[in-house]
Design a protein around this ligand. Structure first.
Ligand SMILES: *Cc1c(COP(=O)(O)O)cnc(C)c1O
Length: 390
């Protein structure tokens, strides 16, 4: 069971009279995360960034240990970055594409992924195709299996879309992709930190996620998991003296693990903050966290569905903590703004973020409410009442 009182008192932004429903955008960090970041910035100001980092070498190494524990893998298979998109694109562009190759992206894929896949494919004479969704809205496994052949080099799977509450059947899809010899890159931006997640079980070749959403870490942090065998065979498109070593005037050697996907320079304070966020999650227990999020999201879906003029837009069989909806009479942006006037934070997901899915459903935008475990049910009631009288 989640200790609601503890998590709320650990969260300065919770209980300040506002209702925060945007953990799918940028969550409220626990106090420990903010204080870790600020303390390190202060220390940098006192003794300089290099010495300040040297004092924290063990804690910095422990960041990857914590992430590895969370994902059930080894620290050597983790590369840290400044965003999910940085991590996703670093992997995507390192997959060599030849003329005639195919890259498959999911129906609810995120715009940044799609744009990068298009650029990388077009530059190499390859093409991008879309995996359709089934009647429930999740990835259509049968259609996907029919699309697979040996020319598919890379499949982009989306674990939990940004614009609605479904969770895709990743392990099943990965098996299909691997049977045809394709690599699988999983966008876990909306699942890491909310769903318990095990890369060995999912079987994916790579996974990207961000720090600021469900993990409750600082902005400007991201991570990439790369399957160990690939972390020693793929060559990233850009290298520096951290991802590789200059061994002779005309030679360099790549780092022997996922570090080859990292650059040397990074925001040390933010990275320590990310470590604190992941530790906090591990202390609470990922299963406990997911149960608490799922209960809140289910409560919102039911409450919204009971309000006349409101349509819940979530699809799928298994659900994430994202609740998407529209009102018959009020545009999503107006809904967001009017709720903001009452200190209730939700956001709007626009067509451009998930073009394929939104276009297929004829939607321009949806309101997105994403309750983390630190949101109380009394606050959810306040939100539902506010929506009902908009
Ligand atoms: C937010 C989001 C991203 C991008 O994350 P950044 O850290 O902003 O790069 C990618 N995919 C999904 C599904 C997202 O919701």
């Amino acid at each position: 069971m989640l200790d609601e009182q503890r998590v709320r008192s650990d969260t300065p932004g919770a209980g300040s009279g506002s209702v925060f429903l945007d953990s799918a955008g940028s969550s409220l960090p626990p106090r420990e995360v903010t204080e870790t970041v600020i303390a390190h910035l202060r220390r940098e100001a006192e003794i300089g960034g290099y010495q300040a980092a040297n004092e924290r070498l063990d804690d910095l190494a422990a960041v990857k240990d914590a992430i590895a524990e969370l994902l059930n893998t080894t620290p050597a298979s983790i590369a840290l970055s400044d965003s999910a998109t940085r991590s996703w694109t670093d992997f995507c562009y390192s997959v060599r594409l030849r003329p005639g190759d195919r890259v498959l992206i999911s129906g609810s894929d995120y715009a940044s992924n799609a744009i990068a896949a298009l650029q990388h494919a077009h530059a190499n004479g390859a093409r991008v195709e879309h995996i359709p969704s089934d009647d429930t809205g999740q990835l259509d496994l049968d259609a996907f299996a029919d699309m697979m052949d040996e020319r598919v080099a890379l499949v982009s799977l989306l674990h939990a879309p940004t614009n609605g509450g479904l969770v895709n059947p990743v392990a099943e899809a990965t098996e299909i992709a691997h049977a045809a010899g394709a690599l699988v890159l999983l966008d876990a931006c909306q699942s890491v930190g909310q769903l318990p997640l095990d890369v060995a079980e999912l079987g994916v070749d790579a996974l990207s996620a961000t720090g600021r959403k469900w993990l409750r870490g600082p902005r400007g942090t991201g991570l990439l998991y790369v399957r160990p065998e690939l972390a020693t065979s793929l060559e990233p498109g850009r290298l520096d003296l951290h991802s590789a070593q200059w061994t002779a005037p005309g030679e360099y050697r790549l780092a022997p693990d996922a570090r080859r996907f990292e650059f040397w320079e990074h925001d040390v304070a933010a990275r320590l903050g990310l470590g604190a966020a992941v530790r906090y999650l591990l202390d609470l227990g990922p299963d406990v966290v997911y149960d608490a999020i799922a209960a809140r999201a289910a409560y919102l879906r039911k409450g919204l569905a009971d309000i006349p003029g409101v349509t819940v837009r979530d699809l799928g069989v298994r659900h994430s903590g994202i609740v998407s909806f529209t009102l018959d009479a009020i545009e999503p942006i107006q809904v967001r703004n009017r709720l903001a006037d009452q200190n209730i934070t939700v956001t709007v997901s626009h067509r451009g973020s998930t073009l394929l899915d939104m276009a297929a459903r004829g939607l321009d935008s949806v309101v997105r409410a994403s309750p983390h475990y630190f949101v109380g049910f009394d606050e959810l009631d306040r939100f539902l009442t506010a929506v009902s009288v908009l």
